[in-house]
Design a binder for this molecule. Sequence first.
Ligand code: ADP
Ligand code: TYD
Length: 215
Amino acid sequence: MSSRKKSSGRTILSRFVVFEGIDGAGTTTQLRKVASSLKGRGHPLWETREPTDGPVGVFIRECLASGLSLPASVYAYLFAADRDLHVFGEDGVMVRVGRGEIVLCDRYLHSSLAYQSDSDHTRELVEDLNHRFPLPEVVIYLDTPVEECLRRLSSRPQKDLFEQREVLMNVVSRYREVLRAYEAEGGKVLYVDGTQPPDLISREILKFLEGILDI
Ligand SMILES: Nc1ncnc2c1ncn2[C@@H]1O[C@H](COP(=O)(O)OP(=O)(O)O)[C@@H](O)[C@H]1O
Ligand SMILES: Cc1cn([C@H]2C[C@H](O)[C@@H](COP(=O)(O)OP(=O)(O)O)O2)c(=O)[nH]c1=O
């Protein structure tokens, strides 16, 4: 099955599945559970994440962990640079979906649009920097209230730069716009209640994916 579909000009990559949500929403937990289930069914898949474990991604994580308050535009450039290698690199997303793998990715360009677009100027910059990247076939959005996320994050040894109430409240409202625009471009979104027990969530996600991927 072709890995590329055109919709409104943007390439939509079949078998490319992205997990999104604010910090603490449960994306890492769900990606791991869904990956384990799909591997158990014999599907070749790649578990990946942004920021990546590549050189730019590692640098970004160091900046976030240190609380380095760079302008949103600078983070936009950094995430886009990390994404370029992640998507177009020799062992990246494009190559892997092209050879039939399912790619499960914890965060993608939707995070840039939600976290870095804190003004009209940066929103335009983020859109410019990300318009050449292909879109995933599916986004799984973990809809978990900010207060619940903050409660979960409180058990972490340190808070990253964006893990603050006011920041996350703004990110949630931007995610809504971002995902509506993605759906208008032909993307499929599953909005799942992130406060449910983890196993219930992953069962809901797998049921949704069974209807879309040939799994
Ligand atoms: N559905 C859930 N209910 C309660 N706690 C959860 C749930 N999903 C994840 N958690 C817990 O919340 C914390 C953050 O989960 P994680 O998957 O790392 O979130 P994210 O990757 O979105 O930041 C972890 O301690 C995890 O065990
Ligand atoms: C991919 C991406 C992540 N981020 C942010 C979201 C997170 O605060 C941080 C790191 O993501 P992550 O390691 O997924 O943090 P968490 O597990 O708490 O969700 O990077 C952006 O601001 N823009 C982006 O484009």
